[in-house]
Write a protein that binds this ligand. Structure first.
Ligand SMILES: [Zn+2]
Ligand SMILES: [Zn+2]
Length: 389
């Protein structure tokens, strides 16, 4: 089959690799009909996620048709059309039984490496390094889905691939970011980052009852998209974000602040941002948490900071004094996708949201390597790339 493979920093190739086969009775093989490039794939592309190996197949936002089912899998049958969550979960362990699927204790065979770095291991993920299981990803013609009787959700008649594909990651992730804000009527939610997850968080905040959403970015197309969803927008290159948010909230700060940027924040002129850049470039720090620091300082007393941007390691100069003295709540996770799927599929079916609004680029798998670059550089108005193998 053809697949997008990692060959080092800024080197992704569309190559022929062996077709996947059933390895366990609960597996299924999916013929991929649509897959997407995620913002967190860019951390792989930029070479900052440890544990990647040459030839690893990328991709964790995938859907398609079931073409083969393992002998112990009683849930799926050949011909089913399914969306595959990016988290791989057994459905039976301590965490899965509690609905915390992204904490699955069994799905990461490389857990020792993750435990060394993070204390404990989260679930295995598709196409996301050998720290997280080294599972081949879904930017490919076929995908082996382990524990396929737990993760995949069947697509109801009448919905297109593009309407449901983002249930694999960014819609549940953006929704969780908003849900974690514990929104009450009248609330103001500020969202840093208007990439795909930020856009889903903006829509979700309104679905969950926010009165006002303030969206922060600098890319004109992304800000325009946020405005179309009803957000007020701020360009961080033009405005002092702290001052502006104070002005807009009677000097109190937003009720909740969502960081949908993560580790590779745009370098601004602020001193902390420049220092982050130097430290990561010289391998003295692993992340550039400028946005998170700002979100903490901007949040109102006893407000919530909700983090969905990806961070990899140790963060420098976190303003814990601000957080502790003002009673902030921190919420964050790799999304336990399976937990959200029935509810969010129903919202799509009822027409409350059509997540395909963010798609700007559609192409075949062969164009994938070029589109990684376009997406990373935010060129050509690129917000979200969908590939049809
Ligand atoms: Zn993703
Ligand atoms: Zn589990």
């Amino acid at each position: 089959m053809r697949a997008l493979c990692y060959h080092g920093k800024h080197d992704i190739r569309c190559e022929t690799v062996p077709d996947p086969t059933i390895e366990d009775g609960r597996d299924a093989i999916i013929k991929v009909t649509a897959c997407a490039i995620c913002g967190s794939d860019l951390h792989l592309y930029d070479g900052i996620m440890p544990g990647m190996e040459t030839g690893d197949v990328l991709g964790h936002e995938t859907m398609g048709e079931v073409v083969e089912v393992g002998k112990d899998n009683t849930k799926l049958k050949v011909g089913d059309r399914v969306v595959v969550p990016f988290t791989i979960s057994c459905g039976e362990c301590f965490f899965c039984r509690r609905g915390l699927y992204s904490g699955c204790e069994r799905s990461n065979p490389d857990k020792a490496a993750a435990e060394k770095l993070w204390g404990h291991s989260p679930a295995g993920l598709f196409g996301y390094s050998h720290l997280l299981g080294g599972y081949p990803g879904g930017q490919a013609q076929y995908l082996r889905v382990p524990y396929a009787d737990v993760g995949p959700i069947e697509v109801p008649e009448g919905l297109t691939d593009e309407q449901v594909l983002f249930l694999s990651d960014i819609f549940p992730t953006g929704y969780m970011a908003a849900e974690n804000c514990n929104i009450h009527g009248g609330d103001t939610v500020a969202v840093w980052g208007c990439g795909p997850v930020g856009q889903m968080a903006i829509k979700s905040a309104f679905l969950l009852g926010a009165e006002r959403v303030i969206a922060i970015d600098t890319v004109p197309e992304r800000l325009a998209l946020a405005r179309r969803s009803g957000a007020v927008t701020l360009d961080f290159m033009d405005e002092d974000i702290y001052d502006k948010l104070q002005d807009m909230t009677s000097g109190r700060g937003p009720d909740s602040c969502i960081d949908a940027v993560g580790t590779e924040a745009h370098v601004t002129a602020s001193a902390d941002s420049v220092l982050d850049r130097v430290k990561t470039a010289t391998f003295m720090g692993t992340d550039r948490p400028h946005v998170l620091r700002q979100a903490i300082n901007c949040c109102r007393n006893f407000g919530t900071v909700s983090i969905v941007g990806v961070y990899g390691g140790l963060l420098d100069k976190m303003p814990m004094g601000s957080a502790v003295n003002r009673g902030l709540t921190f919420r964050m996770a790799q999304t336990p996708v399976q937990r959200y799927l029935p509810e969010l599929m129903a919202r799509i079916e009822r027409g409350e949201i059509d997540p395909s609004f963010i798609i700007t680029h559609r192409a075949g798998l062969e164009d994938g390597p070029e589109l990684y670059k376009t997406f990373r550089d935010k060129q050509d108005g690129c917000v979200k790339v969908v590939l049809k193998p």
